[in-house]
Design a protein around this ligand. Structure first.
Ligand SMILES: [Zn+2]
Length: 115
């Protein structure tokens, strides 16, 4: 069974989120290297690495919360889950739920033409 976010064709939005999180994790590693005065991180410095970490992390969250939409309720289910679900479960609920986490809309599987 496909999750709601995949069944509604929004997997690419998750991939965008993963890409931004990869930048964020890379910035974190860069920040650790800069704090330890490693030669690789010297051109960036601690401040730039820290700003990149904050900007990319915030961009990832804004992207996910803003872009994932439900066409049935016109809501933003990722934002709904961030606000209402426990912090350890909101992401899992978003990527595994077979229904829209906000309104409960469940897309019909392909080939199911019952009325
Ligand atoms: Zn919905």
């Amino acid at each position: 069974m496909k999750s709601w976010v995949v069944a509604t064709g929004q997997r690419w939005k998750l991939i965008g989120f993963y890409a931004l999180m990869l930048v964020s994790v890379s910035s974190f590693v860069l920040l650790i290297l800069a704090v330890n005065d490693h030669a690789i991180a010297r051109p960036f410095g601690e401040v730039r690495a820290g700003l990149m970490l904050m900007a990319s992390g915030a961009a990832a969250m804004v992207w996910l919360c803003w872009s994932v939409r439900c066409h049935q309720c016109d809501g933003r289910p990722a934002w709904y889950l961030v606000r209402t679900a426990p912090i350890s479960r909101w992401y899992i609920a978003l990527v595994t739920s077979p229904k829209c986490p906000a309104c409960g809309y469940e897309p019909r599987p392909e080939g199911d033409h019952q009325t």
